[in-house]
Design a protein around this ligand. Structure first.
Ligand code: GDP
Ligand code: MG
Length: 163
C-alpha cells in the first residue's frame, strides 16, 4: 500500500527543495488541466524503502492577479484533499508568521494526518523559530534541512508507520 504526501506551507519555506530531494529526477506528471498547469506538481518519491506520491503546491509562488490568501487556500485545500498525509513546512529561520497561522488553521480542520516540519534547521539561527513552531500546537516539529538533506531519517520514521 502506498500513500500520497502533500507538502504545504507558505511561499519560500523550502517546499520545492524538499520535493526535489524526495523526487530527484523522477518527476512523473504535472497537472495538465487547463488553467491549473504547474499549480500542483506531482512526483514519485523515494525515501529509504518507501515509495509514495508527493505533491508540491508549486503555484503559490507564481505571480497572478488572484490574491495570495485566496490562491493559498484554494491550492492548499486541493492538495490536502488529494493527500493521505500533509507535511506542513515552516521556516525555522524566519519563525512563525501570520500566514503560517492561517495554514495551521486550514490544516488542523482538513488534513487526515498532519506532520509539522521546521525547515532550514541547520545551524543555530533556527533555534528561535523552532520554539515558535512548538507554539502552533501541532506537536513537536520535525527538524529538517531540505537543502542539506538533514532530518530525512526522522521523516522516514514518521512516514513508515503510515505507509
Ligand atoms: P518554496 O517556495 O516553499 O517552494 O521554497 P523553495 O524550495 O523554493 O526555497 C526557498 C528558498 O529557501 C530557496 O532560496 C532555497 O534555497 C532556500 N532553502 C530551502 N531549503 C533550505 C534549507 O534547508 N536551509 C536553508 N538555509 N535554505 C533553504
Ligand atoms: Mg516552490
Amino acid at each position: 500500500m502506498s500513500f500520497t504526501l502533500a507538502i504545504v506551507g507558505r511561499p519560500n519555506v523550502g517546499k520545492s527543495t524538499l520535493f526535489n530531494r524526495l523526487v530527484g529526477k523522477r518527476l512523473a506528471l504535472v497537472d495538465d488541466r487547463p488553467g491549473v498547469t504547474r499549480d500542483l506538481r506531482e512526483g514519485e518519491a523515494r525515501l529509504g524503502d518507501l515509495r509514495f506520491t508527493v505533491i508540491d503546491t508549486a503555484g503559490l509562488e507564481e505571480a497572478t492577479d488572484e490574491s495570495l490568501q485566496g490562491r493559498m487556500r484554494r491550492l492548499t485545500e486541493r492538495a490536502v484533499d488529494m493527500a493521505d498525509i500533509c507535511l506542513f513546512v515552516v521556516d525555522a529561520r524566519t519563525g512563525i508568521t501570520p500566514t503560517d497561522e492561517v495554514f495551521a488553521e486550514i490544516l488542523r480542520k482538513r488534513a487526515r494526518h498532519l506532520i509539522l516540519a521546521a525547515n532550514k534547521c541547520e545551524g543555530r539561527a533556527a533555534e528561535g523559530g523552532l520554539l515558535e513552531a512548538y507554539g502552533l500546537g501541532l506537536g513537536e516539529p520535525l527538524r529538517l534541512s531540505a537543502e542539506h538533506g538533514e532530518g530525512m531519517p526522522e521523516l522516514y520514521s514518521m512516514l513508515q508507520p503510515l505507509a
